[in-house]
Design a protein around this ligand. Structure first.
Ligand SMILES: C[S@@+](CC[C@H](N)C(=O)[O-])C[C@H]1O[C@@H](n2cnc3c(N)ncnc32)[C@H](O)[C@@H]1O
Length: 302
Protein backbone atom coordinates (compact mmCIF):
# COMPACT_ATOMS: atom_id res chain seq x y z
CA UNK A 1 0.00 0.00 0.00
CA UNK A 2 1.27 3.40 -0.98
CA UNK A 3 0.70 6.56 1.06
CA UNK A 4 1.62 9.99 -0.23
CA UNK A 5 1.75 12.79 2.28
CA UNK A 6 2.41 16.48 2.08
CA UNK A 7 4.92 18.74 3.67
CA UNK A 8 3.76 21.59 5.92
CA UNK A 9 2.93 25.10 4.82
CA UNK A 10 4.51 27.33 7.46
CA UNK A 11 6.53 30.13 5.95
CA UNK A 12 9.29 30.96 8.40
CA UNK A 13 10.18 34.13 6.58
CA UNK A 14 7.19 35.82 8.26
CA UNK A 15 8.10 37.90 11.31
CA UNK A 16 5.44 36.21 13.44
CA UNK A 17 7.14 32.82 13.09
CA UNK A 18 10.49 34.27 14.10
CA UNK A 19 8.91 34.94 17.48
CA UNK A 20 7.95 31.27 17.67
CA UNK A 21 11.55 30.29 16.88
CA UNK A 22 13.05 32.68 19.43
CA UNK A 23 10.65 31.39 22.08
CA UNK A 24 11.63 27.76 21.44
CA UNK A 25 13.95 27.27 24.37
CA UNK A 26 15.04 23.75 23.49
CA UNK A 27 16.17 24.99 20.11
CA UNK A 28 17.92 28.19 21.17
CA UNK A 29 19.69 26.56 24.15
CA UNK A 30 20.96 23.68 22.00
CA UNK A 31 22.26 26.07 19.33
CA UNK A 32 23.89 28.27 21.98
CA UNK A 33 25.80 25.31 23.43
CA UNK A 34 26.75 24.01 19.99
CA UNK A 35 27.93 27.42 18.79
CA UNK A 36 29.98 27.95 21.96
CA UNK A 37 31.69 24.60 21.27
CA UNK A 38 32.23 25.32 17.59
CA UNK A 39 33.15 28.98 17.16
CA UNK A 40 36.66 30.05 18.15
CA UNK A 41 37.80 33.54 18.94
CA UNK A 42 38.42 35.47 15.71
CA UNK A 43 36.40 33.15 13.44
CA UNK A 44 34.52 34.35 10.37
CA UNK A 45 31.01 32.88 10.52
CA UNK A 46 28.16 32.61 8.00
CA UNK A 47 24.57 32.53 9.28
CA UNK A 48 22.50 30.92 6.50
CA UNK A 49 18.82 31.86 6.57
CA UNK A 50 19.52 34.31 9.38
CA UNK A 51 15.88 35.30 10.02
CA UNK A 52 16.00 37.39 13.19
CA UNK A 53 19.79 36.89 13.29
CA UNK A 54 19.80 34.99 16.56
CA UNK A 55 22.34 32.33 15.53
CA UNK A 56 24.74 34.95 14.20
CA UNK A 57 24.48 36.87 17.48
CA UNK A 58 25.22 33.66 19.39
CA UNK A 59 28.35 33.34 17.21
CA UNK A 60 29.39 36.91 18.08
CA UNK A 61 28.86 36.13 21.77
CA UNK A 62 31.05 33.02 21.33
CA UNK A 63 33.92 35.13 19.98
CA UNK A 64 33.41 35.40 16.22
CA UNK A 65 35.27 38.36 14.72
CA UNK A 66 32.81 38.75 11.85
CA UNK A 67 29.41 37.36 10.93
CA UNK A 68 27.79 37.43 7.50
CA UNK A 69 24.00 37.14 7.78
CA UNK A 70 22.36 35.75 4.65
CA UNK A 71 18.65 35.53 3.92
CA UNK A 72 16.63 35.48 0.74
CA UNK A 73 13.92 37.70 2.28
CA UNK A 74 14.63 41.45 2.58
CA UNK A 75 12.28 41.74 5.55
CA UNK A 76 14.31 39.14 7.42
CA UNK A 77 17.54 41.08 6.87
CA UNK A 78 15.77 44.25 8.07
CA UNK A 79 14.59 42.43 11.19
CA UNK A 80 18.08 41.05 11.87
CA UNK A 81 19.66 44.49 11.33
CA UNK A 82 17.23 46.18 13.73
CA UNK A 83 17.76 43.56 16.42
CA UNK A 84 21.53 43.61 15.97
CA UNK A 85 21.62 47.35 16.61
CA UNK A 86 20.07 46.70 20.00
CA UNK A 87 21.49 43.28 20.93
CA UNK A 88 24.94 43.33 19.32
CA UNK A 89 25.94 47.00 19.01
CA UNK A 90 29.32 47.51 17.40
CA UNK A 91 29.62 43.91 16.22
CA UNK A 92 31.14 43.35 12.78
CA UNK A 93 28.10 42.06 10.89
CA UNK A 94 27.47 42.17 7.14
CA UNK A 95 24.24 41.35 5.34
CA UNK A 96 23.72 39.47 2.09
CA UNK A 97 20.35 39.24 0.38
CA UNK A 98 20.08 36.08 -1.67
CA UNK A 99 19.61 32.37 -1.88
CA UNK A 100 22.35 30.81 0.24
CA UNK A 101 22.73 28.03 -2.36
CA UNK A 102 23.96 30.59 -4.87
CA UNK A 103 26.01 32.94 -2.72
CA UNK A 104 29.70 33.18 -3.59
CA UNK A 105 31.25 35.26 -0.84
CA UNK A 106 34.52 37.16 -0.85
CA UNK A 107 35.19 35.52 2.53
CA UNK A 108 36.20 31.97 3.31
CA UNK A 109 34.33 30.90 6.42
CA UNK A 110 35.54 29.05 9.49
CA UNK A 111 32.02 28.13 10.58
CA UNK A 112 28.56 27.94 9.03
CA UNK A 113 25.55 28.10 11.35
CA UNK A 114 22.05 27.45 10.11
CA UNK A 115 18.62 26.28 11.16
CA UNK A 116 16.43 25.66 8.16
CA UNK A 117 15.28 22.33 9.55
CA UNK A 118 11.70 21.34 8.83
CA UNK A 119 9.58 18.94 10.86
CA UNK A 120 10.67 16.27 8.40
CA UNK A 121 14.32 17.28 8.66
CA UNK A 122 14.84 17.93 4.99
CA UNK A 123 11.64 19.61 3.88
CA UNK A 124 12.94 23.19 4.04
CA UNK A 125 15.92 22.30 1.86
CA UNK A 126 18.58 22.35 4.59
CA UNK A 127 20.71 19.60 3.05
CA UNK A 128 21.06 21.30 -0.28
CA UNK A 129 21.62 24.74 1.28
CA UNK A 130 24.42 23.54 3.59
CA UNK A 131 26.07 21.47 0.90
CA UNK A 132 26.08 24.12 -1.82
CA UNK A 133 27.08 27.02 0.43
CA UNK A 134 29.85 25.00 2.08
CA UNK A 135 31.22 23.78 -1.23
CA UNK A 136 31.60 27.40 -2.40
CA UNK A 137 32.55 29.25 0.76
CA UNK A 138 33.65 27.11 3.71
CA UNK A 139 37.32 26.49 4.44
CA UNK A 140 38.33 22.87 3.95
CA UNK A 141 38.74 22.44 7.72
CA UNK A 142 35.66 24.60 8.45
CA UNK A 143 32.74 23.31 10.51
CA UNK A 144 28.98 23.28 10.04
CA UNK A 145 26.51 23.61 12.85
CA UNK A 146 24.63 21.26 12.47
CA UNK A 147 27.27 18.61 11.75
CA UNK A 148 24.60 16.31 10.35
CA UNK A 149 20.88 15.52 10.57
CA UNK A 150 19.31 12.06 10.64
CA UNK A 151 15.69 11.51 9.73
CA UNK A 152 13.72 8.64 11.28
CA UNK A 153 10.34 7.04 10.78
CA UNK A 154 8.46 4.55 12.89
CA UNK A 155 5.12 3.02 13.79
CA UNK A 156 3.37 4.64 16.71
CA UNK A 157 0.22 4.72 18.74
CA UNK A 158 -1.30 8.17 18.59
CA UNK A 159 -4.10 9.38 20.88
CA UNK A 160 -4.72 13.02 19.97
CA UNK A 161 -6.52 15.07 22.57
CA UNK A 162 -8.68 16.70 19.95
CA UNK A 163 -10.16 15.48 16.72
CA UNK A 164 -7.82 16.31 13.85
CA UNK A 165 -9.04 16.92 10.34
CA UNK A 166 -6.57 15.99 7.67
CA UNK A 167 -6.97 16.04 3.96
CA UNK A 168 -7.60 12.49 2.99
CA UNK A 169 -8.26 10.98 -0.40
CA UNK A 170 -8.27 7.26 -0.76
CA UNK A 171 -9.18 7.11 -4.42
CA UNK A 172 -6.36 5.68 -6.48
CA UNK A 173 -3.88 5.19 -3.66
CA UNK A 174 -3.94 7.33 -0.57
CA UNK A 175 -2.97 10.93 -0.13
CA UNK A 176 -2.80 12.45 3.30
CA UNK A 177 -1.74 15.58 5.02
CA UNK A 178 0.33 14.93 8.08
CA UNK A 179 -0.41 16.34 11.47
CA UNK A 180 2.25 18.03 13.57
CA UNK A 181 1.73 16.77 17.11
CA UNK A 182 3.17 19.04 19.80
CA UNK A 183 2.19 16.97 22.78
CA UNK A 184 4.66 14.08 23.22
CA UNK A 185 2.29 12.50 25.76
CA UNK A 186 -0.10 11.57 22.98
CA UNK A 187 2.53 9.57 21.10
CA UNK A 188 4.10 6.25 21.86
CA UNK A 189 6.36 4.20 19.66
CA UNK A 190 4.69 0.93 18.68
CA UNK A 191 7.70 -0.75 17.12
CA UNK A 192 11.23 -0.25 15.99
CA UNK A 193 11.87 3.01 14.14
CA UNK A 194 14.37 3.14 11.31
CA UNK A 195 16.68 5.76 9.96
CA UNK A 196 15.31 6.91 6.63
CA UNK A 197 18.25 9.03 5.50
CA UNK A 198 20.99 11.36 6.68
CA UNK A 199 21.86 14.92 5.72
CA UNK A 200 25.59 15.49 6.17
CA UNK A 201 26.54 19.01 7.26
CA UNK A 202 28.82 19.79 4.37
CA UNK A 203 28.59 16.78 2.12
CA UNK A 204 26.27 15.83 -0.69
CA UNK A 205 22.87 14.99 0.83
CA UNK A 206 20.95 11.93 -0.25
CA UNK A 207 17.47 12.89 0.83
CA UNK A 208 14.82 10.27 0.19
CA UNK A 209 11.30 11.29 -0.69
CA UNK A 210 10.04 7.74 -0.78
CA UNK A 211 10.70 4.81 1.51
CA UNK A 212 9.10 1.54 2.49
CA UNK A 213 8.61 0.45 6.07
CA UNK A 214 7.92 -3.23 6.74
CA UNK A 215 5.83 -4.09 9.77
CA UNK A 216 5.54 -7.22 11.90
CA UNK A 217 3.60 -7.70 15.11
CA UNK A 218 3.54 -3.92 15.71
CA UNK A 219 0.71 -3.84 13.19
CA UNK A 220 -1.61 -4.69 16.06
CA UNK A 221 -0.52 -1.70 18.14
CA UNK A 222 0.05 1.06 15.63
CA UNK A 223 -2.48 3.52 14.29
CA UNK A 224 -0.04 6.07 12.87
CA UNK A 225 3.42 6.52 11.43
CA UNK A 226 5.68 9.20 12.84
CA UNK A 227 8.57 11.01 11.14
CA UNK A 228 11.14 13.04 13.08
CA UNK A 229 14.73 14.22 13.00
CA UNK A 230 17.83 14.18 15.14
CA UNK A 231 20.21 17.05 14.41
CA UNK A 232 23.74 16.71 15.78
CA UNK A 233 24.59 20.39 16.19
CA UNK A 234 28.08 19.75 17.61
CA UNK A 235 29.84 16.93 19.46
CA UNK A 236 27.43 15.85 22.23
CA UNK A 237 24.84 18.49 21.34
CA UNK A 238 21.71 16.95 19.89
CA UNK A 239 18.43 18.59 19.00
CA UNK A 240 15.60 16.29 18.14
CA UNK A 241 11.92 16.08 17.49
CA UNK A 242 9.95 12.84 17.72
CA UNK A 243 7.90 10.76 20.16
CA UNK A 244 10.54 10.76 22.87
CA UNK A 245 11.65 14.34 22.57
CA UNK A 246 11.02 17.38 24.69
CA UNK A 247 8.59 20.00 23.52
CA UNK A 248 9.79 22.20 20.67
CA UNK A 249 8.19 24.17 17.84
CA UNK A 250 8.81 21.22 15.51
CA UNK A 251 6.57 18.67 17.16
CA UNK A 252 6.41 15.30 15.43
CA UNK A 253 4.95 14.67 11.99
CA UNK A 254 2.24 12.04 12.34
CA UNK A 255 0.51 10.26 9.47
CA UNK A 256 -2.59 8.40 10.68
CA UNK A 257 -2.89 4.85 9.34
CA UNK A 258 -6.34 3.31 9.28
CA UNK A 259 -6.83 -0.23 10.53
CA UNK A 260 -7.96 -1.55 7.19
CA UNK A 261 -4.64 -0.58 5.61
CA UNK A 262 -2.80 -2.96 7.88
CA UNK A 263 -5.21 -5.82 7.52
CA UNK A 264 -5.46 -8.19 4.58
CA UNK A 265 -1.89 -9.33 4.83
CA UNK A 266 -0.27 -5.91 4.30
CA UNK A 267 3.26 -6.12 5.68
CA UNK A 268 4.74 -2.93 4.27
CA UNK A 269 3.70 0.64 3.58
CA UNK A 270 5.45 2.86 1.07
CA UNK A 271 5.48 6.56 1.94
CA UNK A 272 6.02 9.37 -0.53
CA UNK A 273 6.61 12.90 0.67
CA UNK A 274 4.90 15.31 -1.71
CA UNK A 275 5.42 19.01 -2.16
CA UNK A 276 4.44 21.94 0.01
CA UNK A 277 1.49 22.77 -2.20
CA UNK A 278 -0.28 19.69 -0.91
CA UNK A 279 -3.51 18.61 -2.46
CA UNK A 280 -3.17 20.25 -5.88
CA UNK A 281 0.34 19.01 -6.24
CA UNK A 282 -0.71 15.51 -5.31
CA UNK A 283 -3.57 15.68 -7.76
CA UNK A 284 -1.28 16.78 -10.52
CA UNK A 285 1.12 14.00 -9.67
CA UNK A 286 -1.67 11.48 -9.87
CA UNK A 287 -3.10 12.87 -13.05
CA UNK A 288 0.25 12.28 -14.66
CA UNK A 289 -0.14 8.73 -13.33
CA UNK A 290 3.30 8.95 -11.93
CA UNK A 291 4.75 8.71 -8.48
CA UNK A 292 8.14 9.58 -9.89
CA UNK A 293 9.84 11.80 -7.34
CA UNK A 294 11.65 13.78 -10.00
CA UNK A 295 8.28 15.11 -11.15
CA UNK A 296 7.46 16.63 -7.78
CA UNK A 297 8.72 19.97 -8.84
CA UNK A 298 9.09 21.76 -5.53
CA UNK A 299 11.13 18.96 -4.10
CA UNK A 300 13.27 18.29 -7.12
CA UNK A 301 16.66 18.36 -5.66
CA UNK A 302 19.52 19.57 -7.75
C1 LIG B 1 13.53 28.62 10.29
S1 LIG B 1 14.06 30.26 9.91
C2 LIG B 1 15.52 30.37 10.92
C3 LIG B 1 15.85 31.77 11.35
C4 LIG B 1 17.04 31.93 12.29
N1 LIG B 1 18.28 31.44 11.67
C5 LIG B 1 16.84 31.22 13.60
O1 LIG B 1 17.48 30.17 13.79
O2 LIG B 1 16.06 31.69 14.41
C6 LIG B 1 14.68 30.03 8.28
C7 LIG B 1 15.11 31.28 7.55
O3 LIG B 1 15.83 30.84 6.39
C8 LIG B 1 15.49 31.66 5.29
N2 LIG B 1 15.78 30.83 4.10
C9 LIG B 1 15.14 29.69 3.73
N3 LIG B 1 15.70 29.19 2.63
C10 LIG B 1 16.73 30.02 2.29
C11 LIG B 1 17.69 30.02 1.25
N4 LIG B 1 17.70 29.08 0.31
N5 LIG B 1 18.60 31.02 1.22
C12 LIG B 1 18.58 32.01 2.15
N6 LIG B 1 17.68 32.05 3.16
C13 LIG B 1 16.78 31.06 3.24
C14 LIG B 1 14.05 32.05 5.52
O4 LIG B 1 13.73 33.26 4.83
C15 LIG B 1 14.00 32.21 7.04
O5 LIG B 1 14.30 33.52 7.42
Amino acid sequence: MHISFSSDEIDYSQEIYQILLLADRERVDAYRTAIERTVKSGDVVADLGCGSGCLGRLAIAAGAAKVIMIDREPKMLNLARSLNQILAPGADIEYVLGDAREVISRYKFDVVVSEIIGSLGSDEGMGEILWKFSRNNLRSEGLCCPRHIQVFGGPCRWSPERKVDLFDDTSGGLFRGYHVEFNPKTLELAGKPKQLFEIPGRGHPTVKYRWTHRFGSEKKEMNAYAVWFKAVLAEDVVLQSGPKSKMSHWGTAVIPIDDHLLKNGTVALTFTLCSRSGQCQADSIRSKSSHSISRIQNLRYF
